[in-house]
Write a protein that binds this ligand. Structure first.
Ligand code: BTN
Length: 269
C-alpha cells in the first residue's frame, strides 16, 4: 500500500464467509483504523437489503475497510459516498494505466455512480458498497464503521436475476487489470477522499465530483420509499449525501439513503 493508514494493516484470506463479517470480528478484538480484510472468494457475501453478493474465486475484488472516525455516528452513512468517489477514482486510474490502444474508448466509458452506492460502467453495475455501523454496547460514542466493497473485475456468468444489469470491468472495457493494483489504487484514493470528508465533516468537497458522475442526474427517477413511491427529476446530492429530487410541482425534496432506493423510470438506471 502506498498509503499512510488505509490498508496498511492487511489481512488476506483465500476463502471466508464475508469480509465484512471477518472484519467485524477483528474490530471487536481492537483492530486499528484502516485495517483492511481482502478475500479471493466469499461463501456468504452480503449486499444491501439482505441480498447476497456473488463472490466466486479468482475473478473479483472483495474487501472491507475498518474506520474508527472521530466524528459522530450520524455522519457514517456518508462514508458510502466517500468510498464511491474513491472506487471510481481508483478504477479510472488503473484503467488508464492499462488501457494502451483502448485509451480513446475509455474516454467514453468513465465509471459512473448510481446513488448512493452502485458503480456502473456503460450502464452495467460493476461494484456495490455495503457500509455497516457497529456501536459498542454501553457506549454509543465508541463506534466503528465497516465499508465493504465488491468489484466485478473479470468476465463471468452472473445469476439470472442480475444478469441484465451486472457486468465486469474487463468485459465492458476489454482491459485486463491486476486486482491487487486496483485495491492499492482505491486505498490511496480513499485516503485522499476521507481527508476531504473530514475537513468539513460532510461531502462539501466531494459533492461536485460525485454529482459529475451521477448517472441519474437531471433524469426522471422513481424513488422507492417504503412510505410511498414517487417520481421526480434527480438534481444531484447535497453536502449531507441526500439525493435532491425535483417534484412535478417544482418543489425539491431531499431523499435519505437508509430505506430508500432509486430506479430509472424505465428500469435500473
Ligand atoms: C450491494 O450493492 O448490495 C452491496 C454489495 C457489497 C458486497 C461487498 S463484497 C465485500 C464485502 N463483504 C460482503 O459481504 N459484502 C461486501
Amino acid at each position: 500500500m502506498q498509503t499512510k493508514w488505509a490498508g496498511k494493516n492487511l489481512h488476506y484470506y483465500e476463502c471466508i464467509e464475508s469480509t465484512n463479517t471477518t472484519l467485524a470480528g477483528l474490530a471487536m478484538q481492537g483492530a486499528c483504523h484502516g485495517t483492511l480484510v481482502v478475500a479471493d472468494r466469499q461463501t456468504a457475501g452480503r449486499g444491501r437489503r439482505g441480498r447476497s453478493w456473488e463472490s466466486p474465486a479468482g475473478k473479483n475484488v472483495y474487501f472491507s475497510l475498518l474506520l474508527r472516525p472521530a466524528f459522530t455516528p450520524d455522519k457514517a452513512s456518508m462514508l458510502t459516498l466517500v468510498m464511491a468517489c474513491a472506487v471510481t477514482r481508483g478504477i479510472e486510474q488503473v484503467l488508464g494505466e492499462n488501457a494502451g490502444m483502448a485509451a480513446d474508448f475509455l474516454e467514453l466509458s468513465k465509471p459512473q455512480i448510481k446513488w448512493p452506492n452502485d458503480i456502473l460502467l456503460n450502464q452495467k453495475k460493476i461494484c456495490g458498497i455495503l457500509t455497516e455501523l457497529h456501536i459498542s454496547p454501553g457506549n454509543a460514542d465508541e463506534y466503528s464503521v465497516i465499508v465493504g466493497v465488491g468489484i466485478n473485475v473479470k468476465a463471468q456468468e452472473f445469476p439470472e436475476d442480475i444478469a441484465g444489469k451486472a457486468g465486469s470491468i474487463e468485459e465492458l472495457t476489454g482491459v485486463s487489470l491486476s486486482r491487487k493494483r486496483l485495491t492499492q489504487s482505491i486505498m490511496s484514493a480513499f485516503e485522499t477522499c476521507y481527508e476531504l470528508f473530514e475537513a468539513d465533516g460532510d461531502l462539501s468537497l466531494l459533492m461536485d465530483e460525485y454529482n459529475g458522475r451521477l448517472i441519474n442526474k437531471d433524469s426522471q427517477v422513481k424513488v422507492l420509499d417504503p412510505k410511498g413511491e414517487f417520481t421526480g427529476v434527480a438534481r444531484g446530492i447535497n453536502a449531507a449525501g441526500e439525493l435532491l429530487v425535483e417534484l412535478p410541482d417544482g418543489s425539491v425534496t431531499a431523499v435519505y439513503a437508509g430505506e430508500v432506493s432509486v430506479r430509472g423510470t424505465c428500469g435500473y438506471v
